[in-house]
Design a protein around this ligand. Structure first.
Ligand code: SAM
Length: 282
């Protein structure tokens, strides 16, 4: 295994020339050019001992290497079989990297990670931007026991994760993410640091699992309530929550100094938890 800081004699140009690799725009392939950036992403994860790190989309393997230098084990998912031969050769120094060549969204992640013995689970990735939300939603809905997520996403998307209620960036995903995680913007990455160059800048965001979650009577009820409240963005709560007992919703809202004429984006995470618990009281 190579040492950290070793000169890998590594560049995307080299990969393209040596293997005849061609970028597929449809797969969100924008690779990072600078090794210092991938090292910074891996550092932001603060990977602890006995760790399993999941990476989605290793691409040419630059971040994968930095993760393998810090983690006990790396499990990567890559959809593009064109990269199989490249990663095989470029990562052959490492014995702690497994790559599954498949669509991450179609895998049963709990089954995949059951093969490993670990104390801490991480997701660290430069995500394919066209499926950022489905990937994060999958982690949440399938209750993957992840300790920390460090992801690079489009700047505007990252800003949505931590949006404040009342802003147009605030969405049901913001509420779900803030329920589970402490969210921090780590650093910005210019579009010039990628090949091919995307249209927008990126941001690295870290999401650390909260040690204590707000108590909920019924988690499924909470998630459905939040999703329904945001169903039609322009509609108010009365219209989006037609299927609920509106008298009770109104009572809950009154004690929060809110009304049925408010929109979902005007409610905080704590408001949603309160309403859900009020509606599911014995
Ligand atoms: N990690 C590399 C880097 O930082 O330079 C590449 C990141 S690139 C933004 C996204 C990667 O995700 C590409 O390698 C792409 O082929 C892969 N990818 C796209 N869709 C995927 C999917 N559904 N499942 C797994 N990998 C996917």
């Amino acid at each position: 295994m190579g040492k950290r800081g070793e000169d890998w004699n590594w560049s995307i140009q080299y990969i393209m020339n040596t293997y005849g690799f061609k970028f597929k725009k449809s797969l969100g392939q924008n690779f990072i050019k600078e090794e210092s950036i991938v090292a910074k992403i891996a550092d932001a994860a603060n990977i602890e001992a006995k760790s399993l790190v999941i990476e989605i989309g290793p691409g040419s393997g630059m971040l994968t290497k930095q993760l393998a230098l810090r983690a006990s084990q790396v499990l990567a998912y890559e959809i593009d079989s064109q990269l199989e031969n490249i990663l095989d050769i470029e990562l052959n120094k490492f014995t702690n990297i497994d790559i599954i060549f498949a669509d991450f969204l179609k895998r049963n992640i709990k089954d995949d990670i059951a093969r490993y013995n670990f104390d801490h689970l991480y997701l660290v990735a430069n995500l394919p931007y066209y499926i950022t939300t489905p990937i994060i939603t999958k982690f949440i809905e399938e209750d993957i026991p992840v300790d920390k997520i460090v992801i690079m996403v489009q700047k505007e998307v990252g800003e949505r994760f931590n949006a404040k209620s009342g802003t147009k960036e605030y969405s049901s995903l913001t509420v779900f993410l803030n329920y589970y995680f402490d969210i921090k913007s780590e650093f910005l990455v210019s579009k010039d640091s990628f090949i091919p160059k995307p249209n927008v800048d990126s941001i690295v965001i870290s999401l650390t699992k909260r040690k204590v979650l707000l108590p909920l009577h019924d988690k499924t009820h909470f998630f459905t309530l939040v999703r329904n409240s945001f169903k039609f963005k322009r509609k108010n709560l009365r219209n989006n929550l037609k299927e609920y007992n509106l008298d009770k919703v109104e009572q809950a809202l009154n004690s929060l100094n809110k009304k049925l004429t408010n929109r979902a984006e005007e409610l905080t995470l704590e408001d949603f938890v309160f309403i859900s618990n009020y509606l599911t009281e014995e």
